[in-house]
Design a protein around this ligand. Structure first.
Ligand SMILES: [Zn+2]
Length: 194
């Protein structure tokens, strides 16, 4: 059985989702912010993998600490995301001088996804869709009627396309695609909105 909970992270209220199964001692994450809160939530369970909705620093800033604690963790992103993980300018940590450089360079931990890929998680199939626009690294993950849309679709919020590498036209067609694909899904967006 797939169980989902989330943490609202300290930086920009981004969300980290925790995907677990009561009969398994591993969990998977969607995005990675406050590692202390993740650990508090999962106890003795191990983090096996992280699905990145996109590689902007507020969605990845915990990865370094997470990988120090769980060295075998797999990080799933697309080809652009794999490059952006290494580059403080592309993952935007460069532009936030209050924060550390959150970049990571760990090719052995990175698993590259593309449109149409799928894999099994706790007996459910996770479908991968590329939904660029907010960032070229934007992926939407659909599993068990849940759609993890990151910042490509936050209900009630206009998709932000003012970042380097954002593309407004792509964002609009990705939004159409997401709405079409997720009409029967619960939306799990990338931020908690007050
Ligand atoms: Zn973002």
């Amino acid at each position: 059985m797939l169980t989902v909970s989330y943490i609202t992270n300290r930086i920009f209220n981004s969300r980290t989702y925790i995907l677990s199964d009561p009969n398994s001692n591993i969990v998977w994450l969607v995005d990675c912010g406050d590692v202390d809160r993740i650990v508090e939530s999962i106890g003795e369970k191990q983090v096996a993998g992280v699905l990145l909705t996109h590689v902007h620093f507020d969605h990845i800033y915990g990865l370094k600490e997470l990988m120090a604690k769980y060295p075998k963790v797999l990080v799933y992103t697309n080809g652009f995301g794999a490059e952006a993980l290494k580059s403080p300018k592309q993952n935007l940590s460069h532009y936030h001088s209050d924060y550390n450089d959150v970049s990571i360079d760990a090719p052995e931990n990175i698993f590259i996804l593309k449109e149409g890929d799928s894999f099994e998680l706790f007996g459910y199939t996770v479908q991968i869709y590329e939904t660029p626009g907010h960032s070229p690294s934007c992926l939407t993950f659909i599993v068990a009627g849940l759609a993890f849309t990151g910042d490509a679709y936050i209900p009630g919020v206009k998709v932000f396309t003012g970042f380097p590498h954002s593309n407004r036209k792509q964002a609009a067609s990705s939004l159409d695609k997401i709405l079409r694909l997720t009409s029967n899904c619960s939306i799990m967006p990338g931020h908690s909105v007050q």
